[in-house]
Design a protein around this ligand. Structure first.
Ligand SMILES: [Zn+2]
Length: 379
């Protein structure tokens, strides 16, 4: 959802992107911060009114930009730690809800996951303490720089504390889940983390409702669904274990030459009742087009709708690996048989369907104990 955006810089080869939603939220935040009777608040902090020379709007702009600076440093903390453990990092994106660092952690140990999650809030804690201490040791009366340092330090501590709430998808939730994974299996760890996350969100939401703090209510709704989504993700991943690419793929696929016009692609899909089109000619397969993406672009030919190199898997490749590749590159995977011929495509919807069927199918099986017993008998 937030994978688009402009690449503005990079950190050790990792692109740093800014999502358009950030440009929308920055001016709103600047106005909101400057409108909060800043001068009165500073006086409340013990700063004499005569010392405050900078207009509130400048504080508003400065603080909202530096908030995202603090979030960027937080994300760089995650990324740098991930790189240290040899995990691939795809991108850092700044957006309306904060930041996001895409890290492939599937091979990581619980200890490594814990450290990658802890690194973000740690950066903000250190920065926050340094700024506040720095402002206190600067000699002389209050200056705008000192006030700004204190406010920026406070923001950093706020970001750290918020992210340490033990609820997915926050860093605190990841840390809790990885600590639990030292002893328990992943699904149990996810279940406990999910229950704690949702309980905290409910308590927080009730508190927000009682005291009319609607930002807290909104945040708790976000946390409640985030905690649930992680549990669902974990159970999907578990359900895919042991399946092969060919068990999830769609075979209802039409082949389209790259120069076909979009109406022609649509017609072919309609006639064959296919959700997926393979763009290929005699020699080459160029990529996949999904029916739902057909009208989202100003493309003129099928080839225009294909982004980058296509992804391939063999029919008997393990499905969890195929899904990892698919998620990492954010596009469907073309499944080939041993003669190198495309025989189907795995899309996101196919994965969800396969996982659902697997969960339902396993319900009909005898429980774990009897299946281990039967394995023992076979041996
Ligand atoms: Zn974080």
């Amino acid at each position: 959802m937030f994978r688009s955006g402009w690449t503005v810089s990079e950190f050790r080869g990792i692109p740093i992107r800014v999502h358009p939603s950030l440009l929308f939220v920055l001016p709103i935040m600047a106005i909101a911060i400057s409108g909060q009777q800043l001068t009165a608040r500073f006086v409340g902090l013990g700063v004499p009114a005569g010392e405050i020379l900078v207009p509130p709007m400048v504080y508003g702009i400065g603080l909202s930009v530096s908030l995202f600076g603090a979030i960027l440093l937080h994300e760089i903390g995650h990324a740098a730690t991930a790189l240290r453990f040899g995990m691939p990092v795809r991108a850092i994106t700044l957006m309306i809800l904060g930041g996001m660092t895409e890290i492939d952690q599937d091979e990581a140990t619980p200890k490594e996951t814990f450290l990658v999650a802890a690194a973000g809030p740690a950066v903000n804690l250190v920065l926050g303490v340094l700024c506040i201490l720095g402002a206190r040791v600067l000699p002389g009366a209050w200056t705008d720089v000192m006030i700004f340092l204190v406010l920026f330090g406070g923001l950093n501590i706020l970001i750290a504390v918020f992210n340490l709430i033990p609820s997915m998808p926050l860093d605190g939730g990841r840390m809790l889940k990885s600590v639990l994974s030292f002893r328990l299996d992943v699904s149990r760890a996810a279940q406990i983390t999910g229950t704690i996350g949702r309980s905290l969100a409910l308590i927080g939401g009730l508190y927000g409702l009682m005291y009319g703090e609607f930002m807290i209510v909104l945040l708790c709704v976000f946390l409640y669904f985030g905690a649930g989504a992680d549990q669902i993700n974990t159970s999907i991943q578990e359900a895919l274990e042991g399946l092969e690419a060919q068990q999830a793929m769609t075979i209802q696929v039409v082949s389209i030459p790259p120069h076909s016009s979009i109406p022609s692609v649509a017609r072919h899909m309609l006639i064959r009742d296919a959700q997926v089109a393979l763009v290929r000619d005699v020699h080459t397969t160029y990529g996949v087009i999904l029916a739902q993406r057909l009208n989202r672009s100003r493309a003129e030919t099928a080839a225009d709708l294909v982004e980058g190199e296509p992804l391939f898997a063999w029919a008997d490749d393990p499905l969890p690996e195929v899904v990892r590749t698919m998620r990492w590159h954010d596009k469907p995977v073309i499944v080939k048989d041993r003669y190198n011929t495309p025989i189907g495509v795995v899309t996101h919807d196919d994965v969800i369907r396969a996982a659902r069927l697997r969960i339902l199918a396993d319900r009909g099986l005898p429980d774990q104990v009897s299946s281990t017993e039967s394995r023992k008998n076979e041996a």
